[in-house]
Write a protein that binds this ligand. Structure first.
Ligand code: 5GP
Ligand code: ZN
Length: 138
């Protein structure tokens, strides 16, 4: 499997590891958006978050919470952005699911999630759309 992050997990490509257990591997992003920018991924190769089994996705976020809380404490952070680029269209460049934890600091001049995809006035009927999505769970 020619996957950059699989190679990092097994140590074929070096990384600055911050956490590891049987299920996940976490390391510092080589091109950080801020100091402490951490990537958390399942060791098992899965391309996208939406390809994950619900149980695996829950386990991943259980650990993301643990790592984020640890970063908050050890780096004295007041906040961070936590997110996934899910799919190439959303900016995913490495096809092995991973969560970004990006520490934020006062005065860093950066925006929130809405600066990735700007807020727009709604198009279409929100009530109808919500109803369609709700029904798809039935
Ligand atoms: P994506 O754009 O797929 O959500 O995120 C991929 C991330 O992996 C990017 O933030 C990029 O900086 C990081 N990255 C790419 N190659 C390497 C590498 O070889 N080592 C490390 N530590 N991070 C990498
Ligand atoms: Zn992989």
């Amino acid at each position: 499997m020619d996957c950059l992050f699989c190679k990092i997990v097994v140590g074929d490509i070096p990384s600055h590891k911050v956490y590891e257990d049987d299920f996940v591997y976490a390391f510092l992003d080589i091109y950080p958006s801020s100091e402490g920018h951490t990537i958390v991924l399942p060791k098992k190769h899965i391309a996208k978050f939406t390809d994950m089994k619900k149980k695996d996705a829950a386990s991943l976020f259980f650990i993301v919470n643990k790592i984020a809380r640890n970063l908050e404490k050890t780096m004295g952070l007041e906040g961070m952005n936590i997110g996934i680029n899910n799919g190439e269209i959303a900016g995913q460049t490495v096809a092995h699911v991973h969560v970004h934890i990006i520490p934020r600091r006062a005065g860093d001049g950066e925006g929130n999630m809405h600066t990735i995809v700007e807020l727009h006035p709604p198009t279409g009927n929100l009530a109808e759309l919500a109803e369609t999505i709700r029904r798809s769970f039935e």
